[in-house]
Design a protein around this ligand. Structure first.
Ligand code: FAD
Ligand code: NAD
Length: 438
């Protein structure tokens, strides 16, 4: 069958390209071997943030004695499991599929494979794409080769999100975004949680202060945080897991990063490296003649907002429209723990590796009027080079929202001097920007 474009993988990145091109009048085939929408709406961002919201409500209730009297809080997992089923439509992608077909796209269920230049095969159906093929196959959980792990009922993000019952205890391998967000949720509901992080701190890709802040908060909330720790051996004895012979936990969540779904995709057929971890793309998301790639497979940041952003860039390129190429200098990311860790652009370390002239401005939220009123923990760290902000971290209540102002400053290359001359509303958390710069 001849079409204009074939999109392999209908997660946030693929859905964006396929839907926009179909809406623009192109004949588009979108191929999906699981659920249209990908990881984010069913086992990622959306249900995990529903869980985070529930944990935050509990934590806020527990703050009542410090502020406003007394409150009896009795946590129950049932509403959380119910809300997860509601926001994921109980893992039914009917509405997402219709969103695409309603724009005129054709959805094909199955695993797509590149079988020739601009040619994709699904089962015994062959699609030839006049304009080209978009690779948007995303990622799956990376599972390290730990002695004894294979064959045990360990959890990845999928089982953790689907959990109908609260485990009594949970060991979390990996103190990155998934590990930290889910560890805090389960702990707030009463699960005894231990985090094993191989590196020296939590959220190892972010500022060290972010990892330290989370560690102290987590420890205050009763989470056992073990850094420089690995799982060497694991066994499951019917009742639960025994990790390294001494740590016992009913459930074991593996959250040590992701691996791209590229094996067996036929990348070699179009001259791409079959063994590479990511698909190399230029700033138009082109990977080879007639091949574009978007989302987690590009290695530019495993976030839904990156997949959608790249999807827009690829769409413009496929339609032959002008517009700026992909630019990641103001890439934002938010870890939805409490305190929330928002960051944009470079960390201090990355900035020092890149620029000779780096200035760092920090302030503690305890010195910010609203932070003090809230008895909040957190900080702002701003990284300046050549008179512009090149990176920033905003950690604290609504850290990801306060980040918005900083992301605009980094993206817009606003001179720091101009930020110093701005009026910041009093008493807001974001007024800490003023304090940091002074
Ligand atoms: C627990 C968790 C929480 C997260 N929270 C956030 C968050 O708060 N904010 C954020 O920005 N990001 C978050 N993420 C990351 C976000 O989910 C991903 O970055 C995003 O889903 C990537 O989109 P994608 O389109 O690249 O790939 P995916 O969402 O992985 O979709 C790829 C799709 O391709 C399909 N596919 C694969 N191979 C084939 C094939 N050969 N043929 C046909 N179909 C195929 C897959 O079935 C899948 O549906 C989270 C992830 C997890 C796991
Ligand atoms: N709020 C968000 O935007 C959000 C939330 C969840 C996930 N995500 C995305 O999903 C991606 C995957 O999340 P993740 O938490 O699985 O990965 P991650 O890369 O963020 O963190 C993995 C952590 O596991 C550690 N680790 C690696 N191997 C280990 C081992 N053998 N033993 C113990 N620790 C080990 C690493 O040092 C690292 O700290 C993230 O990078 C992020 O892009 C985003």
């Amino acid at each position: 069958m001849d079409v204009d474009v074939v999109v392999i993988g209908m997660g946030p990145g693929g859905e964006e390209v396929a839907g926009s091109l179909a809406a623009a009048g192109l004949s588009v085939v979108g191929i999906e071997n699981n659920l249209v929408g990908g990881e984010c709406p069913y086992w990622g961002c959306i249900p995990s943030k529903a869980m985070v919201r529930a944990g935050d409500v509990l934590a806020e209730g527990r703050r009542v004695p410090r502020f406003a009297g007394s409150a009896d809080i009795e946590a129950s997992w049932a509403p959380v499991a119910g809300r997860v089923r509601e926001v994921t439509s109980a893992w039914d992608d009917g509405a997402a599929a219709e969103r695409f077909t309603g724009k005129g796209g054709r959805l094909v269920r199955g695993a797509g494979r590149i079988t020739g230049p601009k040619e994709v095969t699904v089962g015994d159906e062959v699609f030839r794409a006049r304009r080209g093929v978009v690779i948007a196959t995303g990622t799956a959980p990376a599972v390290p080769p730990i002695d004894g792990l294979e064959g045990t009922p360990y959890w990845t993000n999928r089982e953790a999100i689907e959990a109908e019952n609260l485990p009594e205890s949970l060991a979390v391998l990996g103190g990155g975004a998934i590990g930290c967000e889910l560890a805090q949720v389960f702990a707030r509901f009463g699960t005894r949680v231990t985090i094993l992080e191989a590196g020296p701190r939590l959220l190892s890709l972010e500022e060290p202060e972010s990892g330290e802040l989370l560690r102290s908060t987590f420890e205050n909330e009763g989470i056992d945080v073990r850094v420089n720790a690995k799982a060497e051996r694991v066994r499951h004895d019917g009742d639960g897991f025994v990790i390294n012979d001494d740590l016992r936990a009913e459930r074991f969540l593996v959250a040590v990063g992701r691996r791209t779904n590229l094996a067996g995709l036929g990348l070699g057929v179009v001259g791409l490296d079959e063994g590479a971890r990511f698909v190399e793309v230029d700033d138009r998301m082109r990977a080879a003649d007639g091949v574009w790639a978007v989302g987690d497979v590009t290695g530019k940041g495993a976030f839904t907002h990156v997949a959608v952003y790249q999807g827009r860039v690829a769409t413009r390129d496929i339609l032959g429209e002008d517009g700026p190429g992909a630019d990641y200098q103001a890439l934002p990311r938010v870890t939805f723990t409490d305190p929330e860790i928002g960051a944009v652009g470079l960390t201090e370390r990355q900035a020092r590796e890149r620029y000779a002239d780096v200035r760092v401005h920090t302030t503690d939220l305890a010195n910010n009027s609203r932070g003090w009123l809230h008895r909040a923990e957190g900080f702002l760290k701003l990284i300046e080079s050549e008179g512009r902000l090149v990176g920033a971290t905003s950690a604290g209540p609504m850290g990801g929202e306060i980040l918005g102002a900083l992301a605009v400053a980094v993206h817009g290359e606003v001179p720091v001097e101009r930020l110093r001359q701005m009026i910041y509303a009093f008493p807001t958390f974001h007024r800490a920007i003023d304090a940091a710069l002074l």
